[in-house]
Design a protein around this ligand. Structure first.
Ligand code: 5AD
Ligand code: SF4
Length: 447
């Protein structure tokens, strides 16, 4: 198939994926590109160069259906110029809306769900053969969760899916509905996958799942066992993971992190969501404020120097001023280096969307603003501890203009310093000269 683009250049099969949302979606888009490359589609950087456009949507917090409508609307002119242009929607919105999306957005050619990514080459070839409007949004509950990591240029640090879906049903969250029941990948396949990435030059993997610490392999190995196996049975230099659920974070996991500290990073992303026990209960989080604090202390005592980050929702239905202040005061007790905070947004199918006492946008915005202000103060104090420390930094990028390197410390702090390009991929000692809340500036120490 040959298509004319807006600049009148003939572009053979070419694909542009527009990605919204979390790392899981970024990984999925990378998988789409890789699969379509195998079907001779060339990835391109702008939609006007593409003969195939895919919108990989997210519905965790945004007004996603709107976004899909307006993004597809922007492609109307391209489609008028080139009737062969195919436009599809994948990800959470596709899973949620299914056929309805095709009906509501007539410019669309296909819709595919979160479990149908591997069907993409077939979907496209059906379309090429003139199949009208495809939908593919069945959850795959039968087959085991087998997906080898597909990433075109893995670089120094990359992500590896270990679980998909979620069974926790937090009352605010759409993920159990858009990603289905939780499934874990086989341990042996994960080890093989990571070793393959190591051979491609990868130094750091982040094990990825909605709730990694409920991982259970086919032979009963839990998440601590998986971390131990990745540490012992692969040559990967660094291991991170995200996201862990506070209710499932146990002493065994903290002990494994401490024991394999050479490889497993001193960093835990532990979403608290709220600092008030009653709100936590209505969120169905499975822990109280006190239990969360106890867990954080347990982790800190087991892994001295560990750093934390967290997710917080402000303005959950019924959240009083006092309950919101409990979230602020929790941040004084458990000092998160980074906080990803969001205004509560009612999501389809979720219990909380039906709760009474929804807060106004203005109230939510005001609380979010106060929360960030409060955290800014904490973070700017907290980062000072890094000044004059020498951190081990895995170098990820070289900026040829500034001749600066960018890497991350084991605590997940971004560090900038001067150095040469050949250090990319190496772990080097860097003395921190100046600490800002989110990034550190340092000087390379010669080994
Ligand atoms: N409204 C606001 N934030 C949400 N999150 C998930 N669902 C919602 C929602 N309905 C946030 C949570 C979660 C992060 C990935 O997104 O904090 O940890
Ligand atoms: Fe959503 Fe809760 Fe599952 Fe996280 S643990 S994906 S917040 S339901």
């Amino acid at each position: 198939m040959e298509v004319e683009n807006t600049e009148n250049k003939m572009v053979d099969k070419s694909v542009f994926v527009s990605t919204y949302g979390c790392q899981m979606n970024v990984n999925d888009s990378e998988r789409m590109y890789s699969l379509l490359e195998m079907s001779n589609y060339k990835p391109v950087n702008t939609p006007d160069q593409a003969s195939l456009i895919i919108i990989n949507s997210c519905s965790v917090r945004e007004k996603p259906v709107h976004k899909v409508h307006s993004e597809v609307g922007r492609y109307r002119k391209l489609k008028e110029k080139n009737p062969n242009l195919k436009i599809g929607v994948g990800g959470c919105v596709a899973q949620q809306e299914k056929k309805k999306l095709l009906k509501d957005v007539p410019l669309l050619d296909f819709v595919f769900g979160t479990d149908a990514i591997d069907e993409l080459p077939k979907i496209i070839s059906d379309l090429e053969q003139g199949d009208n409007k495809v939908v593919s949004t069945r959850f795959e509950h039968q087959k085991p969760y087998q997906i080898e990591t597909l990433v075109r240029n893995p670089g120094v640090a990359t992500f590896v899916n270990i679980t998909k879906g979620c069974d926790n049903f937090c009352t605010f969250c759409v993920v159990p509905f858009t990603r289905g029941r939780e499934r874990s990948r086989k341990l042996s396949e994960l080890i093989f996958d990571i070793n393959t990435l190591v051979k491609r030059g990868v130094k750091e993997v982040t094990l990825l799942g909605q709730n990694v610490n409920s991982y259970k392999s086919e032979c009963g190995v839990n998440f601590s066992g998986l971390l131990k196996a990745v540490s012992e049975d692969t040559d990967i230099e660094r291991i991170r993971y995200t996201t862990s659920h506070p209710k499932d974070f146990d002493q065994e996991l903290a002990d494994v992190m401490q024991k394999y500290r050479e490889k497993i990073c001193d960093y835990v992303h532990l979403p608290v969501q709220s600092g008030n026990s009653e709100v936590l209960q209505r969120m169905n989080r499975g822990y109280t404020r006190e239990e969360f604090i106890d867990k954080a202390i347990m982790i800190q005592e087991s892994i001295p120097g560990v750093s934390f980050s967290s997710d917080i929702i402000v303005g959950f239905p019924g959240e009083t001023e006092k309950q919101f202040e409990d979230t602020l005061s929790l941040m004084d007790v458990v000092k998160f280096e980074s906080v990803y905070a969001f205004k509560y947004s009612p999501r389809p199918f979720t219990k909380a969307a039906k709760f009474e006492e929804q807060l106004t946008e203005a109230e939510k915005s005001q609380r979010l603003h106060r929360l960030f202000e409060h955290h800014d103060q904490i973070a700017s104090q907290l980062c000072k501890k890094y000044e004059n420390q020498t951190l081990h930094v895995l170098v990820e990028e070289f900026n040829s203009k500034s001749r600066r390197l960018m890497g991350r410390s084991t605590q997940n702090k971004v560090v900038h310093f001067e150095g040469s390009e050949d250090l990319v991929g190496q772990t080097v000692p860097v003395k921190i000269i100046q600490a800002f809340a989110q990034t550190l500036r340092g000087e390379l120490q010669f080994q």
